[in-house]
Design a protein around this ligand. Structure first.
Ligand code: ADP
Ligand code: NG1
Ligand code: MG
Length: 437
């Protein structure tokens, strides 16, 4: 296999990094709240072919898909402009994370690299194409600059680095991209980052179905709005219970020594239904609007005037409990397990749709079409479009695909291959290096 990195030259020796993407089975929008999530890696991935250029400090970034365009920059002067939403921002954030680490370790970073990206992950579909790119960038620089970061360290570094693009996400995507193992979904826990194998029931299959609604998380503010709504709700509760300025739900739970159920009850009782106005938040927290914008909001949410704290936190605490139950059910398979897992997935979707408001009418339509034929079905990833994941009886795969093809995809009147928009998947391996030298 060879890649044309420069149009004029076929590269003779090169390495390829492959960074997986994932489907999250349960645990949506809770990784950045400090709670565990349960994804698995799938086969689609980002391949990055690269060649070290010792005599230069240039990064030359190409893409086999012409719509993305090429990119070149001096590695000693990386700037990531959050406002451009250019695809290279993702790759560069991984690169920059490793360069910063290499500098901390006083390593020699005076050389360049040519990279060519080939990806088959549906972008902006909740399957984490963004993090696959971040991980590819980080893995290449880790290799070239001989930084020596192991997979867990890279996963943590990539989670922090992806924030350079502007979204304040958690660490699920980078962790599963790096640490997945074939045959297992993973329970991912944070602080410290660790993963546990989860064996999925073998009499059901997981099908991914793309609603075809594009949701580019860096280009709209909704993702960060949800992050800050949860943050503000946590600060309000923390203040009320004399715990100071705790801003992460899991930290507050720990600080209060309460169960998830108790956290839900307390959220129900202590927060009000109507959105909190900016003024009210400032008055409760005893800070000015400028201080709120500086220390709590993100650069793209400073203009937001009201925050649905109660609804968001109710989702977070109930979703965290569903992850625990999902894992427990997989660990102790019984006759009713499939029904239990399915119910948890359905509840997760309802919570994302109604409390977190991160679904989309088309995605709901798709979920509702599949639901009667599935044990459970839910949106996966950040939402606002993108994919659903359904757990269905193995013998129903064709029936489901036929039904959804007729009743959803054909009605969109667009040209796409069936296998690209709906596919059955099983737990794939994590990021890999193929050396072609
Ligand atoms: P998700 O992570 O759910 O796929 P995001 O909105 O977080 O969605 O990230 C999608 C972005 O990732 C795209 O807008 C694009 O910039 C980048 N991307 C995804 N796949 C590729 C690819 N093959 N080549 C270049 N950029 C890509
Ligand atoms: P996607 O949809 O893949 O961009 C995002 C976040 C995850 C997680 C999910 C929602 C990043 C890199 N990814 O995923 O951390 O919060 O949404 O569960 O921010
Ligand atoms: Mg993403």
């Amino acid at each position: 296999m060879s890649f044309k990195i420069k149009s004029s030259a076929v590269v003779e020796t090169l390495d390829i990094r492959r960074a997986q993407h994932r489907v999250n089975l349960i645990g949506e929008h809770i990784d950045y709240c400090g709670y565990s999530v349960l994804p698995m890696a799938i086969e689609q991935s980002i391949h990055a072919a690269f060649r070290h250029i010792p005599e230069s400090s240039l990064l030359s970034l190409r893409n086999t898909a012409s719509e993305y365009g090429n990119f070149e920059l001096d590695l000693t002067k990386i700037v990531i402009d959050k406002t451009t939403f250019h695809w290279s921002n993702y790759f560069l954030s991984g690169v920059l994370g490793v360069i910063n680490m290499a500098k901390e370790r006083n390593l020699n970073i005076n050389s360049g690299v040519e990279v060519c990206i080939l990806g088959d992950i549906p972008p902006s579909a909740g399957l984490s194409s963004s993090s696959a790119l971040v991980c590819a960038g980080a893995m290449i620089m880790n290799h070239i600059y001989e930084v020596g970061l192991v997979k867990t360290e890279l996963a943590g570094l990539c989670a922090t680095s992806e924030k350079f693009v502007g979204t304040e996400g958690g660490g699920m995507d980078q962790a599963i991209a790096m640490m997945a193992e074939r045959g297992y979904a993973k329970l991912i826990e944070f602080n410290p980052l660790r993963t546990t194998d989860v064996l999925l029931p073998d009499c059901a299959v997981f099908m991914v179905l793309n609603s075809m609604i594009i949701a580019n998380k860096a280009a709209f503010e909704s993702f960060n709005v949800r992050v800050v709504e949860g943050r503000i709700g946590t600060l309000v509760l923390s203040q009320k219970y004399g715990k100071g300025s705790i801003r992460k739900p899991s930290d507050l739970q720990k600080g209060l020594g309460k169960s998830l159920d108790e956290m839900r009850r307390l959220t129900k009782e202590d927060l009000h239904e109507e959105p909190y106005s900016k003024k009210e938040v400032c008055s409760i927290l005893g800070i000015t609007e400028e201080e709120l914008e500086e220390s709590v909001l993100t650069s793209n949410t400073k203009h937001i005037q009201s925050f649905k704290c109660k609804q968001r936190l109710l989702h977070v605490f109930s979703e965290a409990a569903r992850v625990e139950e999902f894992k427990k059910t997989c660990d102790n398979p019984q006759q009713a397990s499939l029904a239990t897992l399915g119910k948890l997935m359905n509840e997760s979707h309802a919570s994302c749709r109604d409390l977190y408001e991160c679904s989309h009418p088309e995605l709901d339509k798709l979920v509702n079409l599949v639901a009667p034929m599935a044990y459970g079905v839910r949106l996966t990833g950040a939402g606002w479009g993108g994919c659903a994941v359904a757990m269905i009886p193995a013998e129903k795969v064709e029936e489901v695909q036929e039904y959804v093809w007729k009743n959803y995809y054909q009605k969109l009147e667009k040209n796409f291959a069936r296998s690209q928009v709906m596919f059955v998947t099983s737990p794939g391996p994590g990021a890999t290096l193929f050396s072609l030298e």
